[in-house]
Design a protein around this ligand. Structure first.
Ligand code: GUN
Ligand code: ZN
Length: 436
């Protein structure tokens, strides 16, 4: 008997994935009603029609029968905060009071490694329950919060991106970096970036909590490590935008603060992007930077409505984030639900196919990881979610009479949540199965 951790497995279900953005390409969607996903050594070997592929399976390999369910690439959440898990759903009138009242005190506890580890364990299991297999995660200023997160992720063999928050002003003393010292971030890059499936994100929290010196050194660090990620917040809230204008009077705009310090480049992920003007959006596109749109957070804090139409006109790279704990759900299905309504309130329209693209291949492209995750192209890592259109009585009733794929996916996005996820797989291994 083989003792290899992987060999060949096959899964029979409806398969959904993308080879391009369905907003701009009629042939973007790949849908196999009676499909077969073949996995070898944790990577996709083939994905297509059952009738075409079943004869290619090695002798003795019996497909696992998920007929009636939809297998899609694992969801990718491009913006959230694991130290904010315990303070999700904390009431405050807007971003800045919410940060002061709940966020900073909660993050202060992450100097304690056992607290960080137990929170990271819960957080990752919650993501997997929701079908999210990759996320871009903020830790706290404490290096141990990063170590504990990546150790918890490594134990589950997940493709995760995370980094130490950088903050050296306008924050409590117990969360403040030493001015002019980015040694901890550099050591964490050396330790974690590309170790197994871990990837490092240089993480200045947002412009108001970094001095010019810290932002300059952060840009230099990013230039020394061009294949790392960068993540931060931008143009989320009107009061915040005004504050940035006062703190950085020389900058043309909030986003321009980051550009001046060398923080706009491929693999830079900017959370929110609500109040960007046309010139900002053009810079996002020109520099290959990407936006993480966080609708549950934006509605919860009353931050504003992201303008999908203008962003598309500018050619920006887009993805979706939950922004837990300002976001109110870990579920990317619930995030799609709210994204749809945000688009409607802005007078535009987000089809379900586009939302599933944004939560899979679109995010992978935004992160420059589409040669690794985000679709079922042969050779990619086999991270996938098994969605159950009959997960609840209401979903079963609604999906029982869908006339088109768009209707089925729309019902999953609008009515779905963690209950809709029958199972989640990471690198070909099952890492979550729904109880019951
Ligand atoms: N801006 C700066 N920090 C944060 C944060 O933790 N959450 C959100 N939503 N916005 C921020
Ligand atoms: Zn955030």
């Amino acid at each position: 008997m083989s003792t290899a951790p992987y060999n060949v497995q096959a899964y029979r279900a409806s398969l959904l994935h993308f080879r391009a953005d369905p907003a701009f390409d009629d042939g973007a969607t790949l849908w196999h009603e009676d499909g077969l996903l073949v996995v070898e050594d944790g990577r996709v070997k083939a994905a297509g029609d059952y009738a075409a592929l079943s004869g290619t399976l090695p002798p003795g390999v019996e497909p696992l029968d998920y007929r009636g369910k939809v297998i899609a690439p694992g969801f990718i959440d491009t913006h959230l905060h694991y130290p904010q898990t315990d303070m999700i759903a904390s009431p405050a009138p807007g971003l800045l009071p919410w940060l002061e009242t709940y966020t900073f005190p909660s993050e202060g506890r992450f100097h304690d490694a056992p607290h960080a580890r137990s929170t990271a364990d819960f957080f990752l299991d919650e993501l997997l329950r929701c079908g999210t297999t990759t996320a871009m995660v903020y830790c706290t200023v404490h290096p141990q919060s990063v170590d504990e997160f990546f150790e918890a992720s490594e134990a589950r063999n997940l493709r995760m991106v995370a980094g130490k928050v950088l903050m050296d002003r306008h924050c409590p003393d117990f969360l403040r970096d030493l001015e002019g010292d980015l040694g901890q971030s550099e050591a964490l890059i050396d330790k974690w970036h590309k170790r197994g499936r871990a990837l490092y994100a240089i993480t200045p929290r947002f412009a108001p909590t970094s001095t010019d010196v810290q932002l300059r050194l952060t840009g230099e660090l990013a230039a020394r490590h061009p294949d790392t990620f960068i993540q931060t917040h931008v143009s989320e809230n009107r009061d915040e935008c005004q504050w940035v204008g006062e703190l950085f009077p020389q900058a043309r705009s909030y986003l321009d603060v980051y550009e001046r310090f060398g923080l706009m480049r491929p693999r830079a992920m900017f959370g929110h992007c609500i109040w960007l003007d046309d010139a900002d959006m053009a810079r996002m596109a020109a520099t290959g930077s990407a936006a993480s749109v966080c609708p549950t957070s934006n509605l919860f804090l009353g931050s504003g409505l992201f303008d999908f139409e203008r962003a598309d006109q500018a050619g920006m790279l887009l993805s979706l984030g939950t922004d837990v704990g300002a976001g109110t759900s870990f579920s990317m299905l619930q995030t799609m639900n709210e994204a749809y309504k945000v688009a409607r309130l802005k007078g535009s329209y987000l089809p379900a196919l586009r939302m599933f693209y944004l939560a899979t291949l679109g995010a992978a492209r935004a992160m420059r990881l589409d040669d690794t995750i985000g679709s079922f192209a042969a050779g990619l890592e086999a991270d996938f979610v098994v969605l159950d259109p009959q997960a609840t009585p209401l979903l079963a009733r609604r999906t029982g009479h869908c006339n088109a794929l768009e209707e089925l996916l729309f019902a999953l996005a609008l009515l779905g949540d963690d209950r809709t996820v029958a199972a989640t797989y990471s690198a070909g291994r099952r890492v979550h199965v729904r109880a019951g």
